[in-house]
Design a protein around this ligand. Structure first.
Ligand code: PSV
Ligand code: MN
Length: 441
């Protein structure tokens, strides 16, 4: 059934949209099996006093932004292997996200990286996004690459640079990005700096940190009233001796220096091996300072692999803290979720579907944790019970809840199966060609 032929046209040719009826037809093929699985789980949950529909409603609302730079093949410094049918304009990128959203109902936002994706015609881009039900989430600045004709270089840093002209240029770029975001309806700016040093003695740690703080404060002054500033951290790469904003503590300190609209952004790949990320989440949410979240997975470093591909239990434990924070910490704002992965080997759209699935599984499992029982077990210092309570839900197959949430939103029960059966990639290759290339890293 997976490879079944699809004779009818897949898209309406104006908006590159998946034909809704096709998704409904495909759902019918797997509905019976789905309903048996859903019924089984719903009964299990009912015995625990949980209404499955409550969880389904939360899953329906959960939207993860897709970065505009992740729709083509990624690469490493050793090479990049292109994919056929890559989007080669912002419009086409929005079409790809529209496909993801139509299939999963979980990709209702885009996060733009500037200057890779500066809109040429704002009205047309906004209309395109609206036609796919996509909103503009955080805009990302880029001061880790020199742009053609740039007066000053970022080779030795941007917001931290010892050279004031480079700092000023980087500050102005961030302000320009805010202005672009405002025209699209974005409400937040994400700043990730590659700034740091690769050799001991190269930089004065105190001066670079001070410069960064002063630069961020200047950018913050230009932040509109209803915007947020997200400060992302990363311990190494591309610099390999030191990074100016190396960890959550540095980011948190800078956010506090800037003001109440500034927050820390956690990217799962930006930690040294074995860091307890769930504890970082808990700490930041207690302080009301966790603003954004970048999903990916890794084995060794910032590997940017498919979410949940390597450490699904860690992802669940992180979600457990996120869910706890979302219900217990009203001082923390709603989070900006984004997938920040690189698709070096897989079809980017299939890879993103797999990431969205892993995110929803971890979220659903975390929603099912019996927080009351966990608290009682913690108070009784019953460590065995604490572990049992967490693993009870981690080992539950919650996928029928996710499938049901998709059916209720007219999305696909099995998005990968639908993607393949509807021959989406083949259609994109036919429309855009075998050698189209997406902008990005
Ligand atoms: C850096 O590794 C990062 O995580 C930042 O979020 C960037 O903006 C993004 O990846 C794309 O390079
Ligand atoms: Mn990131």
């Amino acid at each position: 059934m997976w490879m079944a032929e699809c004779q009818m046209p897949l898209y309406d040719n104006i908006n590159m949209k998946i034909d809704q009826q096709k998704i409904t037809d495909l759902n019918k093929r797997v509905e019976t099996k789905h309903l048996i699985q859903l019924d089984f789980l719903a009964n299990q949950l009912q015995n625990k006093g949980i209404d499955g529909q409550d969880i389904i409603e939360k899953l329906k609302d959960f939207q993860v932004a897709i970065p505009s730079w992740a729709l083509g093949a990624g690469g490493t410094r050793f090479g990049r292997f292109s994919f056929g049918g890559e989007p080669n304009s912002l419009e086409q990128k929005l079409d790809d996200i529209g496909i993801l959203h139509a299939l999963t109902n979980s990709a209702g936002a885009v996060s733009l990286h500037i200057p890779w994706d500066i809109p040429e015609d704002y009205q047309a881009i906004k209309e395109k996004a609206t036609s796919h039900n996509i909103i503009f989430d955080a805009v990302n600045s880029n001061t880790f690459q020199d742009q053609p004709n740039a007066k000053n270089s970022y080779k030795f840093g941007s917001l931290s640079n010892i050279n004031k002209a480079s700092r000023d240029q980087a500050i102005q770029h961030n302000i320009d990005v805010i202005n672009i975001g405002e025209k699209l309806g974005s409400k937040s700016l994400t700043v990730w700096l590659a700034d740091g040093s690769s050799f001991p003695g190269q930089n004065n740690f105190q001066k670079t940190l001070q410069n960064t703080q002063d630069s961020l404060k200047t950018i913050y002054k230009s932040l509109p009233e209803d915007w947020k500033l997200f400060i992302e951290y990363k311990p190494y790469e591309p610099n390999f001796y030191s990074t100016v904003i190396q960890d959550w503590g540095t980011s948190y300190m800078l956010a506090n220096e800037c003001g109440e609209k500034a927050y820390t952004l956690v990217d799962l790949g930006h930690h040294l091996p074995n860091t307890n990320i769930e504890q970082i989440v808990a700490t930041l949410m207690l302080k009301g300072k966790l603003g954004g979240f970048h999903f990916n997975d890794s084995k060794y470093g910032d590997d940017d692999l498919t979410v949940g591909a390597i450490k699904p239990y860690a992802l669940f434990l992180i979600f457990n803290e996120l869910v706890y924070g979302m219900t217990s910490n009203p001082q923390n704002p709603d989070l900006a979720w984004m997938i920040d992965a690189s698709h070096n080997l897989k079809d980017p759209l299939e890879d993103l579907i797999q990431s969205l699935e892993a995110i929803l599984i971890a979220y659903a499992q975390a929603l099912l944790v019996d927080q009351k029982m966990l608290r009682e077990a913690q108070e009784a210092q019953d460590i065995v019970a604490c572990q049992e309570i967490l693993q009870e839900t981690y080992r539950m197959d919650v996928r029928s809840l996710i499938r049901e949430s998709r059916i209720q939103m007219n999305a696909a029960i099995d998005p990968i199966m639908a993607y393949r059966t509807l021959k989406v990639r083949e259609t994109l290759v036919k429309e855009r060609g075998e050698y189209s290339t997406a902008t990005g890293l």
